[in-house]
Design a protein. Structure first.
Length: 65
């Protein structure tokens, strides 16, 4: 996948990025910069594109006796 491709994002992530992009444009940013900020924000909040598997954030559990 080429760098900058948005194919790996879920529809929810794309929707969130679009809303962030709109608000950045309203604050005076250019379209290109607004898109950069939007996807960077989505990456920061959710860690990037699609991730497979449930419970990915679970830490290893150790038994204490």
């Amino acid at each position: 996948m080429p760098r900058g491709s948005k194919k790996s994002y879920t529809s929810k992530q794309k929707r969130q990025a679009h809303h962030i992009e709109d608000s950045e444009k309203k604050s005076g940013k250019s379209s290109k910069r607004a898109a950069q900020i939007a996807y960077a924000t989505v990456n920061k909040r959710q860690g990037g594109g699609k991730k497979s598997g449930s419970g990915r954030k679970r830490t290893s559990r150790s038994k204490s006796k």
